[in-house]
Design a protein around this ligand. Sequence first.
Ligand code: DLL
Length: 444
Amino acid sequence: MGAITMKEVGIGTRYFDTRLETMPRERLAALQLARLNATLAHAYANAPAYRARLDAAGVGAEGLAELGDVARLPFTVKADLRDHYPFGMFACGVSELARLHASSGTTGKPTVVGYTRGDLDNWADLMARSLFAAGARPGDIVHNAYGYGLFTGGLGAHAGAERLGAVVVPVSGGSTERQVALIVDFGARVLCATPSYALAIAEVAEQQGVDLRKSKLAVGLFGAEPWSEAMRGAVEARLGLKAIDIYGLSEIMGPGVACECECQSGLHGWEDHFLFEVIDPETGAPLPEGRAGELVITTLTKQALPMLRYRTRDITRITTEPCACGRTHLRILRVTGRNDDMLIVRGVNVYPSQVEAVLVGRPRIAPHYQLVVERRGALDHVTIDVEAAPGVPEDDFPDIARDVAHHVKSLVGITVDVCLRRPGEIPRSQGKAVRVRDLRPKAT
Ligand code: DLL
């Protein structure tokens, strides 16, 4: 993609890259097909792991005739990256890499991802595009509380903010009291953090008697974990900003794969760089637009680590309905959760974010919670640990617990125990919040 000039992102411009963000959908599809075939040829020629798979699937390097033919390609899954640890899936030599990131995962080897200079350049562009769509502008002070390090959040948002022409404050996570002071003293207009950490910042500010609603904060880019509309309401009310959902994953790039615009009605998936599909997680069959299923992403420009039909495990829906903002790129609706996080409670499938939607905003409880899952006999049993709001008398806890259990039953359909905790008892996150404590015996 072409270099972005400051002229294009000047005041009054509605897009970071007008040509690419508003490209008619037929032209976008043609661009995708050309880039998909270039990606296949690149993977076939330079990534032995892919060549074998493409041969086995009867898809050589000759390319696909239409985008729908992508369904002929085999899926790639996280285990492929682990099995080829560290660089076995890469399509370039180590000397051509400019950066490595990794995610630690709960078992075994980390998942390692690599970027060439060109990949980093595209990432910075897409992250700048996302920041702009969210409402950030050149010259804004961007307080970046995503973790720096092997996690892609910190450095990804950092490079995008610099590319936008903003002023980045590279705080990373932690030392929350200091974060509050810096937001106020530097006059940050934009906050980048996980939604759970944004809430932790709001809470510490309130404890310090600082009203962040009166600060210059106007826009927040929150992602890296599932969150609900109710949480959006809570964060917006307590920080006095517009809370924008941003999505991404390291295997595909990092933050900025998709981001909401100021309409806050779904995340624009940047289709000039990625091909999005939704599949039935059981059968692997592609699902029509609008149906909920697992998001599958193919990279269209990545050089170091092309990903062909990567199964994200994330459950969502997509729509190509036009957005009021004028961007033509499809929208991914809020990611409700990961397949791996789905609980089956007496036959009912539940994601923690569905429970969150019931908890957050309810009177007399605070938006800090964990689901504790145990095995009782043959059945899974869920206890919701949720904090009482500050100042609520402990004598009222049993009544509140009953009321919460009742609402979870009627709105989510599962029977749970509710345990009211005192303010501060649920651990606060500095990055991705731990929403489920799984005490079930591990399958052997
Ligand atoms: O979390 C990248 C990121 C950083 C995205 C900062 C947004 C902001 P990973 O650590 O590889 O990368 O985790 C990716 O996090 O597959 C989803 O399950 C989840 N996730 C990310 N964004 C969202 C979101 C980063 N907006 C995994 N809503 C993904 C729901 C999200 N889940």
